[in-house]
Ligand binder design. Structure first.
Ligand code: ADP
Length: 557
């Protein structure tokens, strides 16, 4: 039965346009800083909706974007789903082969592309067999089409020409809340990326949960800047939450550098921003040599990978609250946020830091359990590890056309997250590792994530990651890869790092080697790519060169 407007995205835009017509949407684009109001945003969204329907897009069709964060991309966020089509945000940093696969798998009909990303898309199209055959049109995000557009075997039009002249009102259809609104692919550990479809109801309930004080609330006095890309799980849902709350939006545009982020915070008065830890490491570095006024900033949401404890303290020193959040593409993406429980508000600072550096408390609406290898639930004692299983209204129940992955990753209505966690007596989840990254030494588990965070707490370490390297006797042993900070003295850093680790960890946890590298390779979503390191160092026997401690497993302690 059609659900009318009860749990769809449309009412969020209606509210912003009606109550906050003068609130601004600001965007850094290839053309400079552009700004307009919700009023104009609503008009342009209606125009885009007309352009799409006149261009042949029908209910259920998929429309793709290949774009950074900016106002035109945001226009597709409401225009596409509210005409009943599905917005498929493609991660342009994926390898060409994956891009071809997902465009074909999703059967995208139209693709919106940024000028700076056009060569990447054109390259993927040029080497395609029939993967782009169903694509009718490419729309270039701007006033012109990019250089090289004539060579494209698909029609291409400039965005402003595409929308121009269309009416600024649209008779929005009644959409069933179970209709798909969005789609995003998640990188699989093996094989091609897996598609996750978001229904209106999933995005609606995700937005409502985000708006609660236990989520990531945004209101009409907030200025919200998602640095997390709009191709990465809808920029963690922030464009929807900010609209529902009537906030001002700020979009940092193509490949924002720390300087761009700093300027936007200062000039636009950003109050809430969000991104993966590497983004904030960049800002921290930048602020070593540059003064940046962070006085308007209340909250930085950090997720995607663990926020180092040192980063939480650094933001505290700048009077900004770092809120650590955990989520997944499969969960639209919000799962937990590390708010302090009220009875911890008066706890000592170190206790608070301990809780705040965990992945936090599940947001209202989702349920979890933590299951060990034998399928038993583990106690909530802060020590016992297990795999986190989760379910809730905005958690997907299946992958798009991937029965084998469904079989593996879902059971009895639960999503098996692949994250290995502990839960403490206060209910705070802590990700100890990804199931695929946890290091198995002598039959016991070592958390690569804990070691990384401990190493990164050293002032002279810029970045660090730890992987398990195969070992004859112990099965696997940890090896650390460290990017030294600018002033580091490499001749003493090894010992200093090891001393630091010795303070908190048993001997068998200590890395067998520390390898200095210039940069930790990153995935398409900006996370440390252990897969790349494993591949790069697979042939090199790091361990044989080092002396393995006799007590490399707990049994020998
Ligand atoms: P992928 O990066 O694999 O394409 P996602 O972006 O959906 O997919 O990433 C989800 C995974 O990222 C989670 O299962 C978890 O392992 C990791 N993750 C997300 N947030 C955090 C966090 N705050 N701390 C540690 N790990 C996190």
């Amino acid at each position: 039965m059609p659900g009318g407007h009860d749990q769809t995205l449309r009412p969020f835009l209606w509210r912003a346009e009606t109550l906050y017509e003068d609130t601004e949407i600001v965007s850094r684009t290839h053309e400079g800083i552009e700004r307009y109001t919700y009023d104009e945003y609503g008009d342009r969204t209606a125009q885009l909706a007309h352009a799409l329907t006149e261009g042949g897009i029908e209910e259920g069709d998929r429309v793709a974007t290949f774009c950074w964060n900016h106002h035109r991309h945001f226009e597709t966020y409401f225009a596409v789903p509210t005409i009943g089509a599905q917005l498929h945000t493609i991660n342009p940093l994926l390898p060409d082969e994956h891009i071809r696969f997902i465009v074909q798998n999703a059967e995208d009909r139209t693709i919106f592309v940024d000028h700076s990303l056009f060569p990447k898309l054109a390259g993927a199209i040029a080497d395609a067999d029939d993967e782009f055959d169903q694509v009718d049109r490419v729309v270039a995000m701007g006033e012109t089409v990019p250089e090289g557009a004539d060579d494209l075997p698909v029609d291409i039009v400039a965005y402003e020409d595409f929308v121009e002249g269309h009416p600024t009102e649209y008779d929005w259809p009644d959409i069933d809340e179970d209709q798909s609104a969005g789609m995003c692919y998640t990188s699989g550990t093996t094989g091609m990326p897996k598609g996750v479809e978001y229904t209106h109801k999933m995005l609606w309930s995700h937005t409502m949960a985000s708006l609660t004080p236990q989520g990531i609330p945004m209101a009409d006095d907030d200025v919200v800047m998602p640095v997390v890309p709009m191709f990465h799980v809808n920029a963690w849902g922030m464009p929807f939450t900010a609209t529902a709350g009537g906030s001002k939006h700020v979009y940092p545009g193509p490949s924002p550098e720390p300087e761009d982020i700093a300027n936007l915070i200062e000039n636009e008065g950003v109050t809430i921003t969000a991104g993966v830890p590497t983004v904030w490491m960049g800002l921290q570095d930048y602020m070593q040599d540059n003064d940046v006024d962070l006085s308007t900033l209340d909250t930085v949401i950090v997720g995607g990978s663990a926020a180092p404890e040192s980063m939480i303290r650094w933001f505290d020193d700048h009077d900004v609250t770092l809120l650590h959040a955990w989520g997944m593409t499969e969960m639209s993406p919000l799962g937990s946020v590390s708010h302090l429980k009220s009875d911890l508000e008066n706890a000592d600072y170190e206790t608070q830091i301990d809780r705040r550096s965990k992945q936090g408390l599940t947001v209202p609406g989702v349920e979890f359990k933590v299951v060990d290898d034998s399928g038993e639930e583990v106690p909530h004692d802060g020590d016992a590890f297990g795999e986190l299983w989760i379910r809730g209204p905005w958690v997907t129940k299946e992958y798009f056309e991937r029965p084998e992955a469904n079989e593996e990753d879902f059971e009895d209505g639960w999503l098996k997250t692949g994250d290995i966690v502990t839960v403490d007596t206060d209910g705070y989840l802590q990700i100890v590792d990804r199931a695929k990254d946890v290091i198995k030494s002598g039959g016991e588990w070592i958390s690569s994530v804990e070691l990384e965070n401990a190493i990164m707490a050293h002032d002279d370490v810029a970045e660090a990651t730890v992987i398990g390297v195969p070992h004859e006797k112990w099965q696997e042993r940890p090896v650390a890869f460290v990017v030294p900070g600018e002033n580091a003295d490499e001749s003493t850093l090894d010992e200093e790092v090891m001393d630091l680790l010795r303070e908190d960890y048993p001997k068998w946890w200590l890395p067998d080697d520390i390898v200095y590298i210039e940069e930790v390779p990153k995935t398409a979503t900006g996370k440390f790519s252990k897969k790349d390191l494993r591949e790069e160092y697979a042939g090199q026997s790091l361990i044989e060169e080092t002396e393995v401690p006799e007590d490399a497993a707990p049994d020998d302690d």
